[in-house]
Design a protein around this ligand. Structure first.
Ligand code: UDP
Length: 331
């Protein structure tokens, strides 16, 4: 039997594929390569290029392959873009989920692990954020993912399709051997942008605001290593395979780091000066986002290996410094 990884050519998906393959699992990847990279997919995985919104295409994959469970990463994830193009997000993310679940139902595939996000919480009511806290997204990206969680709830009720929704906080790092990593075009995330400055690909980092209600005035985020995230997905698949009920889990380190602290850590790791300047606030950034992640630790048995942001940045730096042009497939 195989695990279907939708979005397996993307940043997080490709690390999940690599982890599954390392464990001897047979893997089928579906990706339309709109933001992913063919070069990121482990050569031992079977790859079908196509779109999760394309029912006929997905039907063909489920007919051809013995799929036992699905891990779903195929979605757009840039918050500012979602503010400008909300329909693009509801179409691809939410619409894609509907088609995927229809095809799963038709082929009697009863388990799905889903990439959700801390963005489903909106402005936190308390820190650390618990899974039971209110989910009131403040951007279409978070709303599109919250809708996907809700749709899975109702397909569980109606068809018994069990799900685990993993609400990611800030994902960073790369496979420690440096073979795969983060390559977005354009890049919007803090860690890769800082490292692009270290590489000399950008002149300086713009720190978006230093008047937030945090110890040093810059936003505080909770960073989790992409391989630890992949491990949580493996545990979630095992959890569902044992017949457990649908659940949502936060995935974070439970420790917050400010943007200035991340910059300082990157200067230490890379030994580069990394110039930075203060820039205006970016719309939609909550002061702090830190996860309560004891539920994933207690229920799934998740034990993140990277608990120091320096180690996370070190693995990202290995990827960036050995792949200055990422996967080198940018058009
Ligand atoms: N950030 C920044 N400069 C940048 C990119 C990001 O100051 O060039 C800040 C951003 O405002 C936020 C933090 O870094 O406070 C993390 O942003 P990112 O986009 O990496 O992740 P998000 O928290 O939005 O998921």
């Amino acid at each position: 039997m195989s695990i279907l990884v939708a979005g397996g050519a993307g940043y997080i998906g490709s690390h999940m594929v690599a982890r599954l393959i390392e464990r001897g699992q047979s893997v089928v990847v579906v990706d339309n390569l709109s933001t992913g990279h063919k070069g990121a997919i482990d050569a031992k995985a079977k790859f079908y290029e196509g779109d999760v919104r394309d029912r006929e295409f997905l039907d063909g994959v489920f007919n051809a392959e013995p799929i036992e469970a699905v891990v779903h990463f195929a979605a757009f994830s840039v918050v500012p873009e979602s503010m400008e193009k909300p329909l693009k997000y509801f179409d691809n993310n939410t619409g894609g989920m509907i088609t995927l679940l229809e095809v799963m139902r038709d082929h009697n595939v009863q388990r799905i692990v889903f990439s959700s996000t801390a963005a489903t919480y909106g402005i936190p009511t308390s820190i650390p954020i618990k899974e039971t806290d209110p989910q009131l997204p403040i951007n279409p990206y978070g709303e599109s993912k919250l809708l996907m969680e809700k749709i899975m709830h109702w397909t569980d009720v109606a068809y018994g399709i069990k799900f685990v929704a993993l609400r990611y906080f800030n994902v960073a790092g790369a496979k420690p051997d440096g073979s795969i990593g983060e390559d977005h075009g354009p890049e919007t995330h803090l860690v890769p942008i800082i490292l692009q400055v270290a590489q000399g690909k950008r002149d300086e980092l713009s720190i978006f605001g230093d008047d937030y209600d945090t110890p040093d005035g810059t936003n505080v985020r909770d960073y989790v290593h992409v391989m630890d995230l992949a491990d949580a997905h493996i545990l979630a698949l095992e959890y569902l395979a044992k017949g457990n009920d649908s659940q949502a889990f936060n995935l974070g380190s439970s420790t917050g780091f400010s943007n200035k602290q991340m910059l300082e850590a990157a200067r230490e790791v890379t030994g580069k000066p990394i110039p930075a300047k203060l820039a205006p606030r970016r719309p939609g950034d909550p002061d702090s986002l830190v996860a309560a992640s004891d539920k994933a630790r207690n229920v799934l048995g998740w034990k993140p290996q990277f608990d120091d942001v320096h180690d996370i940045i070190k693995t990202a730096w290995k990827w960036h410094s050995t792949h200055p042009n990422g996967y080198g497939d940018r058009k």
